[in-house]
Ligand binder design. Structure first.
Ligand code: NDP
Length: 316
């Protein structure tokens, strides 16, 4: 096994998940508008990621890039570089498909765009529902109903595992108690400012794997909101930890999240960063490092959801 190879976790339904993944959401620009998804950027990034050893790829129907993810994955399978069973592909259900009878059809459409016969993981993207793809109007559909559709998708073999994103502790407990089929994964924002101590503890005690999105948080000045708490990537204490391990600050952050038991899914469309981010499996942090890294937790979140504060399942 090469030094950069990610360990795997056994999910509570018996399937395996690589403990390190690749994000494919292109994000928002400085005006808070979605970065346009052109024909190739994501496809090239996923090809570079697979070459660099990533086997876990995170997409969603709302990212509008499932087709590009699928082309890259299928190309690598056709080349003989990987087998389908080596890959772990996640996609997500958008808010306008929460009616239980709509879930399977939504996944089938995702699979068509991905050009795959199944995904490894299918997640409810948000606990609240909307009538259309837009953020309004809300639809009055309980996520417990949506879960029944997710269970059906798993039963049909269209998704090996199912889970949720952006559920808070109350919602997660309610879901847990509602159905014999439990979520295998919770995907939530996890980074230095938002280390999710309560959710991690709940998930750890129930055997639910936590996948951490936006793992770099506000580390990079060009992406950090003016009011975002420190640290930035040039923070002297972070640089000192990185120097001691002969690693970069982004690598230290990813390693810290990994050691917390979180599966980070960093996104990059830059080949050198894709490779750098992946190279965190040949060192470990010590208690001195961890104490410093723990101290940055303030609860601040990058993915600001105040626009949804009137939704019936808020806060999430
Ligand atoms: P990340 O924390 O992964 O940060 C991505 C940014 O960091 C990009 O601007 C990237 O630049 C830059 N970057 C990456 N690596 C480095 C590096 N080594 N040095 C300097 N800069 C670097 O944020 P995301 O919000 O993209 O989160 C990751 C993934 O999580 C998403 O892509 C998506 O798949 C998922 N997600 C899920 C959500 C959910 O609701 N379930 C919500 C948000 C994200 P560049 O690309 O230009 O190299």
């Amino acid at each position: 096994v090469p030094a950069c190879s990610a360990p795997v976790a056994r999910l509570n339904d018996g399937h395996l998940m690589p403990r390190f993944g690749f994000g494919t959401w292109l994000g928002l620009d400085k005006y808070q508008l979605p970065v346009p998804v052109d024909g190739e950027a994501v496809q090239l990034a996923v090809l570079a990621a697979i070459d660099a050893g990533y086997r876990h790829i995170d997409t969603a129907s709302i990212y509008d890039d499932e087709d590009q993810v699928g082309r890259a994955v299928n190309q690598k399978i056709a080349d003989g570089a990987v087998k389908r069973e080596d890959m772990f592909i996640t996609t997500k259900l958008w808010n306008d498909r929460h009616a239980s009878a709509a879930v399977v059809a939504a996944l089938q459409e995702s699979l068509q765009r991905l050009n795959l016969t199944y995904v490894d993981l299918f997640l409810i993207h948000w606990p609240f529902a909307t009538e259309t793809k837009n953020i309004r109007p809300y639809a009055d559909i309980d996520y417990l109903e949506t879960w029944r559709g997710m269970v059906e998708a798993k039963r049909l073999g269209l998704a090996s595992s199912i889970g949720v994103c952006n559920f808070n502790l109350t919602q997660l407990r309610r879901l847990w108690d509602s159905h014999e089929l439990k979520p295998a994964v919770l995907q939530v924002e996890t980074n230095l400012n938002q280390q999710q101590p309560e959710l991690r503890q709940f998930c750890h005690s129930r055997g639910v794997q936590v996948v951490g999105y936006t793992p770099f948080g506000s580390l990079f000045p060009d992406r950090a909101a003016p009011d975002a708490p420190p640290p930035r990537a040039d923070d002297p204490q972070l640089l000192a930890i990185a120097d001691r391990h002969n690693k970069t600050v982004p690598q230290v952050v990813l390693r810290y999240l990994f050691e917390l038991g979180v599966t980070p899914i960093p996104k990059s469309v830059t080949k050198s960063r894709i490779e750098q981010n992946r190279d965190i499996f040949d060192f470990s942090l010590d208690e001195f490092d961890r104490q410093q890294l723990r101290s940055y937790h303030t609860g601040h979140r990058v993915v600001d959801l105040k626009i949804f504060s009137d939704a019936n399942h808020y806060p999430f």
